[in-house]
Design a protein around this ligand. Sequence first.
Ligand SMILES: [Zn+2]
Length: 171
Amino acid sequence: MHACSTGVFTMKEDGDKYGVIVCSDCRKAKIIDLTKDRKTTECHRCGQRLILKKMKIHYRADSREEASWAIGQINARMNGEKMPEEMNDEKEELDPYQLAAKEAEHGDDERERMLIIGRVLTRELGSFDRSDLEKVFKMTDMDVEKDMIEKFRNLDEIYEPEHGTFKSVEG
Ligand SMILES: [Zn+2]
């Protein structure tokens, strides 16, 4: 039984149709068919000829699907990337106002939160007006104040292409 160098998997003892190897040159993971008596295989990425006898089998699987899954896990780990399922796809479901409110949470003070809201609304909507701002403000703990528009006008990166319509230069 092989030890798993990635430390992620518990080696299965019954899986022996497919193996996952990692290219010694470029670290790309690859599925090999263990039922075929092949001596070498070529790395899809860098073309390195890999001698199977010398390769460590990082994962064994009975199905190609399972081997593919293992490759995804290994590649992600090697690249230091997040696993796809951990990625935040929440963003796509948020409307521009929710998105602006959410991103504004990262702002340190009111001015910064306003700048973030301006950038997000410009990015998502092209431009924005008072009613757009109110929708966002209602979702945050920021006050909808009378001078809110004045405050926005006074921000360096906010400009007003038409009266009452705003854009951020950073959007
Ligand atoms: Zn390679």
